[in-house]
Design a protein around this ligand. Structure first.
Ligand code: SF4
Length: 499
């Protein structure tokens, strides 16, 4: 082996890296890519911050609470930085773009602040910080949305899609793929257009190349990411590509079995997309389409760009095209000016459409947003909390009733691995347990309609697709028994389960 081969295979050990990620799937993907780049630079991951020479926080600004958590975590590192001045502390992502110098003011021991559009700079910035003879603080952020022409601002937000790192993925069989960054919808409560910049789609050929690499690495399920993923548009070789076209192209990659996409914007839920999801067997029958409110006045204040009637029309098109498709939603309770009547209109919308689940958030005022400038945050915290709980109770009741409909049915599940609930101690596996192998473990995976399914099985089923008969359920989970394996590491066709 040549020296250059050797150095490629075993990079110089550059220290231990600890990274903490909060927020959405986009942040999880960013962290995966940052870690991949730093591992190329010789860093080893550790899950203990005490061992780390470099500590990074990949942050979220969507809610105040998420920011407070990061500032508290940074506060706890103040003294350790005094004892270990060589340790590099970095803040990345949305909060870095939003707060910028404020982070250095509140936490002077932070060394680097890197916005969402500059993640490619991180290895260089860490190297420079570590080799500096005198301490320097470095900042790399994009332009604000009013700090230049559209082109200048767009150029300052660079999509970051370099090497992939299997170790950072949710499982080795699943991967996120970014198809667009940024957002131009400017909902009045939201910081994303400022922290992630203008809407920019990636080229289909780049996306497809990335999917093929992931497929070669053993990935079976791809989740396409975008803040408003169904707004995807890219003109390449004289042809405009939409999300429906991407779904067709990715479906042609042989070892990819499942394709999902989040998050959809109601106004951009086009018929061609619904038909593609219906007609492509690999497209999972699940859509996440946040409604945010069931009251037109509130939707207008939020500047969501649709009315309840238009959301209803979209839901009818989804149901007509794919009666079996699961739909989940997001709601904000306690938005500025939300009366009891407005709140009850949101509750009615949940009753009407019986969402698979809803992510419910109490409104949290965000500095720099239009809502913060225009409206008073006038709903008391106690009222927000009560509405949050009432809505959660309603949604839970619906989710449990709908989950109960699955009892006695069989669903197809990509097995992800052991469930969060501890491995069971009693009883051998019923699926081909061999001497010396671990006993039955509670495994988990997701159905095509995105329901969490748990069942007993051998851990080596991870990565296979199994048919699970549903015997019971909770609000959040279907509980079942393995019936057959559909697809097992490179084989195809229905395989009988070994018992
Ligand atoms: S669509 Fe609205 S809520 Fe979603 S990221 Fe864009 S501005 Fe924020």
């Amino acid at each position: 082996m040549s020296e250059s081969d050797q150095s490629r295979q075993s990079p110089v050990h550059n220290g231990r890296l600890y990274i903490e990620t909060v927020g959405c799937q986009m942040n999880m993907l960013d962290s995966e890519l940052v870690v991949a780049a730093l591992r190329q630079d010789g860093y080893q991951l550790t899950d203990n911050p005490k061992d780390a020479d470099t500590i990074l926080f990949n942050t979220c600004s969507v809610r105040e609470h998420a920011e407070h958590k990061i500032y508290s975590a940074l506060g706890r590192l103040k003294y350790s930085k005094r004892n270990r001045p060589q340790r590099v502390i970095g803040v990345l992502g949305c909060m870095a773009q939003k707060d910028q110098d404020l982070i250095f003011q509140k936490a002077p021991h932070v060394d680097i602040v890197v916005g969402t559009g500059q993640l490619a700079e991180i290895p260089r910035m860490i190297r420079e910080t570590r080799s500096a003879t005198e301490r320097v603080q470095q900042k790399a952020v994009s332009l604000g949305r009013r700090e230049g022409s559209r082109d200048e601002i767009t150029d300052s937000f660079q999509s970051y899609d370099p090497l992939r790192d299997p170790e950072m993925r949710p499982t080795p069989f699943q991967a996120f793929v970014r198809i667009m960054i940024g957002c131009d919808k400017f909902c009045t409560y939201c910081v994303v257009p400022a922290t992630r910049g203008p809407e920019q789609s990636r080229s289909p050929s780049q996306i497809l190349a990335e999917v093929r690499v992931l497929a070669d690495q053993g990935v079976r399920e791809i989740t396409l990411l975008g803040q408003t993923v169904n707004s995807y548009r890219f003109t390449e070789n004289g042809r405009m590509h939409r999300l429906s076209d991407l779904l067709v192209q990715i479906s042609d990659v042989p070892s990819i079995e499942r394709i999902r996409f989040v998050t959809s914007f109601p106004r951009d839920m086009s018929d061609d997309l619904l038909q593609a999801v219906r007609d492509l067997p690999k497209a999972m029958k699940y859509l996440h389409v946040p409604a945010q409110s069931g009251c037109n006045e509130i939707l207008k204040r939020m500047k969501r760009g649709y009315t309840v009637e238009e959301y209803r029309e979209m839901m009818h098109r989804i149901r007509e095209t794919m009666p079996e498709c699961a739909v989940s939603s997001d709601f904000i309770v306690g938005f500025c000016g939300e009366s009891e009547e407005s709140f009850h209109k949101s509750m009615d919308l949940i009753r009407e459409f019986r969402f698979k689940n809803s992510f419910i958030f109490k409104y949290s005022k965000r500095e720099g947003t239009r809502a913060d400038d225009l409206y008073e945050d006038d709903i008391p915290e106690t009222v927000k909390r009560r509405r949050n709980n009432e809505m959660l109770d309603l949604q839970n009741q619906i989710s449990e009733e709908d989950n109960a409909e699955f009892i006695g049915r069989t669903v197809s599940v990509l097995v992800e691995g052991p469930s969060k609930w501890a491995a069971k101690k009693n009883g051998p596996a019923t699926d081909g347990h061999r001497p010396g192998e671990p006993l039955a473990t509670q495994l988990m995976g997701r159905s095509e309609c995105d329901r969490i399914v748990v069942f007993d099985g051998n851990p080596r089923l991870a990565g296979t697709t199994a048919r699970i008969r549903i015997d019971d359920c909770t609000v959040t989970t279907l509980i079942g028994t393995v019936e057959t394996l559909e697809h097992q590491h490179g084989s195809s066709g229905i395989l009988p389960i070994l018992v």
